[in-house]
Design a protein. Sequence first.
Length: 370
Amino acid sequence: MDWRSWSRREKALLRDLALMLAVMLVVGVYCLERLDTRMQVQQRQHLQALAAYLAEDGAEYLSAGNHVSLGVIARKAVELDTVATLVVRDMQGRVLARSGPEQSGPAPVQQAAASGQGPVGRVDVWPAADTAAREGVEAGFVLVVLLLLALRVLGEIMRRQLGAEGSGPEPSEESDEPDASPRPESAPSPRVRVGLRVEPDRLASLHERYTRSALKARLAEHESLLDRVVTLYGGVRETPLDEGARVLFSDERASEAAFQALCAAQVFLRAARRVGSADDKRAPAFRVLLSADNATRVGIPEHANTGVVYVPAQELDGLELDQCALYRHEDCLDVNTETGVVSLQPVAQLVQRYQHLVATQADRLAAGHA
C-alpha cells in the first residue's frame, strides 16, 4: 500500500479524527482533574470524620497513658483502605502509637483529643493513594475515545457505501414504454483530467517502414507494459502505442492527477528500457508529454530527447509539480502551435523520496513482465 497516496486521499477523514481526538483529550483532562479534586475533597472529609472518632475513642487511653490500646487503635485504622498512616501524639508532640510507613507527602488530617480535664493529645491521619479508582476512570475514558473514533470511521464507511449505491441513475416511471428513450447516466462530480502522450521514437518513420500489424507486433511487449503501468496508477488508455498512446488520469485536484501521471510516465520509461532482448539494438525508445486535458494540444517534436517526460512550461504552476519534480531548464524546447510558441520543460527526475519508489516499481514491473 502506498501510504503517501492513501494519506492524501483520506486527508479530510484524518483531519476530522485528529480534531476529535484533540477535543476529547482537552475535555478528558479537564474532567479528570475535576474528578480528582472532588475525590480528594471527599477523602479529606472522610478522614476528618474518622480522625474525630479516633480522637474521641482514644482520649481515655491518652489520659491513662495506655500505649497498648492506642497501638491497637492505630493498627485497626491503618487496615482501612483510605488510611495510609496513623500517629497518636501527646501534648508535647511525642509519638505514643504509630502504624504505617513514614510519610513525607502532603500534611495529614489532625484532630485534637480531649478528656474531661482538657486536651490530652492529637491524632494525625495520612490518606492512602486511591489509584484504583483513578485508573478505572482513565481506562473508561480511553475506551470511550476509541469507541467514538471507531464510530466516526464506521460512519464514513457507511456514507461512502450509501453514496456508491445511490450514485447510479434512478429508474424512470416511463422506462416501461416501448418508445421511451434511454436515460443518460448521472454526471459524475467534476474532476480534473491530466493526459500523457506516449510516443515511440521516429513514429512517422516506423509507419512508413512497417505495416500496421507488424508495428503492433514490434510494440506488443511495450503495449502490455504500458497497460500494467496505467492499471497501477488508475489511468485510462484511449489510443495504442502505434498511434501515439494517450492516457488520462483524473482527480479532484490537478496536482494529484498530474502527480499520478508523472509517476506513471517515469515508471514506464524506466521499465521500457529493460523490456525486450538485451542484444536488440532496434528496441523502441519513447518520449512522453504531460499536459492538462483542456490545455492547448502540443505535439512532441522529432528532435526531442527519448526517455524524457516533457511538460509545457505554462502549465507548471497549475499542475503544481514543483514539489515533486526537478527540471532540466537548459534543455527546454520551443514548439509552434496554433496559438503560438509553447516551451516544453523536460523533467530531470522526481525528488529523492519519490524517485526511489518509482525505481522500485519499475524494476518489479520489468522483472514481472520478463
